[in-house]
Design a protein around this ligand. Structure first.
Ligand code: ADP
Ligand code: MG
Length: 623
């Protein structure tokens, strides 16, 4: 029994971890083979070929009945089955319909309006972007298994550095759905720089200019002694080669409309055909000064046109100019001038275009480096990261980040975040808190990890008590809580009473006992529960505010009795009782109403007290 278990563990550890570049247009898989002879040398990634026998796997999904078909076979269906063929799904990932309204009209397939994640209609079926992405990832997994001859269940997936949390989470979810344990999501430019650094053994500050099919990313990185540090990143998740195709297609479409009186964009199939022909023109123009376009119209006529590179560049220039601002911003954020850079690395299919190379040269004031393989470098980098995670490459280090937010419990059962997830480690954060009750002499520090608002939904890491706070009215003590995470991910929490200097601290190991699956579950849960959480927070906040009003009013009762009429005092007491009753419920309008009433009943008292304060300070001046 025991030996069996040990064996299966060993097998799992030996199972390959592949690197995946899940591109908008094309996806690639790569792997660093274990080298039996010299384990620490020649750790070069190889690009795995797809089941279709190509290194590029078009990120296109079509359906035969319910069965998804991915890759070149699907790309060929972009015309004949335009409405049922989904491409550029990465642009939809982690977004809602409202984010994409502008784009919906340019796609041959249907996006459904509605709340939440955008939905795609294919025939009678409705899919999410996560499901379509999962279909692509499943094809990549099968291809990797065919190429390596063993089951593949673990992967590193790259995403644009500019991807927000919901886009990253959607990518993870897609991996999971495809049966892949996503060990790490890394940024595409970081992956590119890993591969670039591996090949060149270069050092210094580099800019990675990555123009893909649908996303533009620029990152400034520092490469030193095998350490790759992202200094700044910027980009545009709605800018890429697709836009160049669209510009050509629109120009052609308006000519066709002029000739025939019918806008070819109104017909999904014609639109798909035009886009494909435009892409071919663009690709041809990267190598030759002229390209032909020929499209059969529904009338049976053929639209033909010659495109010169000049003509194309006029259309392309304003689109490519949009890469300038993100580059300058990234440089500024890194605190650098273009002359500080030692290299500019071009990544992505469109960087083969002379105009793109000229644009990059102009922006950075230097000749860009085109030595890396623009299509393969990201997947290669993902494979290197996979190799590092497998413990087989100790020469490189990617600076790590905090996978889940860290914070403490505050009044009302809410988590207050001190270190948001994805903060680079080591990290320090400090925040000052105070007491909620008069004469409180101790505070409980409850350290939490997770993304949810409610304490109970997050993971409790540790609790400790800071004692010996001087007796003071609520809100007076200042307690500084500090979080420090070292490079190993070990968290140190300290709480200090600023007045007395009294300090308590504890060491916490947040990564212990929390598997990737748990992390993922919590992230998914936080995604599903944003609304419930927001409601809970609202109730808790309204209650906290109301309690503060209540406590203040109760404190003033002796003064009220001294300064106000009996009726006024009675009104205040009734209002207090009403608010207490309302606070027993979670009825926000009821609590707010009761709280307003109590406030109103104490206005006169507050005025009298204010006057009292004023007259006494005038007295002081006179004396
Ligand atoms: P992604 O990372 O978004 O999947 P890629 O880096 O694979 O994208 O780039 C895809 C884009 O590159 C497409 O718009 C494609 O038309 C374009 N492309 C590929 N080869 C060339 C070329 N030789 N010249 C210009 N554009 C090209
Ligand atoms: Mg790419």
């Amino acid at each position: 029994m025991l030996s069996l278990q040990i064996e299966s563990n060993a097998n799992r550890d030996a199972s390959p971890i592949i690197g995946i570049d899940l591109g908008t247009t094309n996806s690639l898989i790569a792997y660093v083979p274990p080298s039996a002879v010299a384990p620490d040398t020649e750790r070069h990634p190889v690009i795995l070929t797809s089941r279709e026998g190509d290194s590029l796997i078009p990120s296109v999904v079509t359906f035969e009945g319910d069965r998804p078909v991915v890759g070149h076979a699907a790309k060929r269906k972009k015309i004949s089955g335009a409405q049922d063929t989904v491409f550029s799904v990465k642009r939809l990932l982690g977004r809602g319909f409202d984010d994409l309204k502008g784009m919906a009209g340019t796609l041959p397939y249907r996006l459904l309006p509605g709340e939440g994640a955008v939905r795609i209609q294919v025939g009678q079926r409705i899919y999410t972007a996560v499901e379509i992405s999962a279909a692509i990832l499943r094809e990549l997994k099968l291809s990797a298994e065919a190429a390596l001859g063993v089951p593949v269940t673990r992967a590193v997936i790259t995403v644009p550095a500019y991807f927000n949390d919901s886009q990253r989470q959607a990518t993870r979810a897609a991996g999971r759905l495809a049966g892949l344990d996503v060990l790490r999501i890394i940024n595409e430019p970081t992956a590119a720089s890993l591969a670039y650094g591996l090949d060149r053994k270069r050092q210094g500050l580099i800019a990675v200019y990555d123009l893909g099919g649908g996303t533009f990313d620029v990152s400034i990185l520092k490469l030193q002694d095998g350490i790759f540090e992202v200094l700044a990143t910027n980009g545009d998740s709605m800018l890429g080669g697709d836009d160049l195709d669209l510009a050509i297609a629109q120009a052609a479409a308006s000519e066709i409309a002029e000739q025939t009186g019918k806008d070819p964009f109104d017909d999904p199939q014609m639109r798909a055909e035009l886009l494909l022909a435009s892409e071919n023109v663009k690709i041809a123009l990267s190598e030759s000064p002229e390209a032909r376009m020929s499209i059969s119209l529904s009338s049976g006529r053929i639209y033909q046109r010659k495109w010169s590179r000049d003509e194309f560049e006029k259309l392309a220039l304003p689109i490519l100019e949009r890469t300038r601002e993100p580059c300058l911003q990234a440089l500024a954020d890194a605190g650098l001038k273009d002359s500080d850079l030692s290299d500019v690395v071009l990544v992505g299919g469109p960087t083969r275009l002379p105009l793109v190379q000229r644009t990059a040269r102009e922006i950075f004031g230097r000749e860009p480096n085109t030595s890396v393989h623009p299509d393969q470098v990201v997947a290669a980098g993902a494979a290197i990261q996979a190799d590092i995670l497998a413990g087989r490459n100790k020469d490189f280090l990617l600076l790590d980040v905090v996978p889940l937010s860290l914070g403490i419990e505050t009044y009302g059962g809410l988590m207050s975040t001190l270190i948001p997830r994805n903060t680079r480690i080591p990290a320090v954060a400090r925040e000052t808190f105070t007491t909620f009750v008069d004469n409180q002499t101790g505070v409980d520090i409850h350290v939490l990890q997770g993304e949810r608002e409610k304490v109970a939904d997050n993971r409790s890491l540790a609790r400790f008590k800071l004692k010996g706070i001087e007796r003071m009215p609520a809100g007076m003590p200042r307690i500084e809580v500090s979080f420090l995470i070292d490079a190993d991910g070990i968290l140190q929490v300290a709480a200090r009473d600023e007045r007395t200097g009294n300090e308590q601290s504890i060491e916490v190991r947040p990564s212990y006992g929390l598997t990737d699956t748990e992390v993922e579950k919590m992230l998914l849960a936080s995604l599903e529960n944003v609304e419930a959480d927001a409601e809970f927070r609202r109730v808790a906040e309204v209650k906290n505010d109301a309690k503060a009003v209540l406590i203040a009013a109760e404190k003033r009762i002796p003064e009220a009795i001294r300064l106000l009429s009996k009726d006024e005092v009675a009104t205040i007491q009734v209002s207090i009782a009403n608010l207490k009753e309302a606070l027993e419920t979670n009825d926000v309008p009821l609590i707010q109403e009761a709280s307003r009433n109590l406030n109103a009943s104490t206005v006169h008292l507050a005025e009298l007290l204010m006057k009292g304060v004023l007259s006494s300070s005038v007295d002081e001046k006179q004396s």
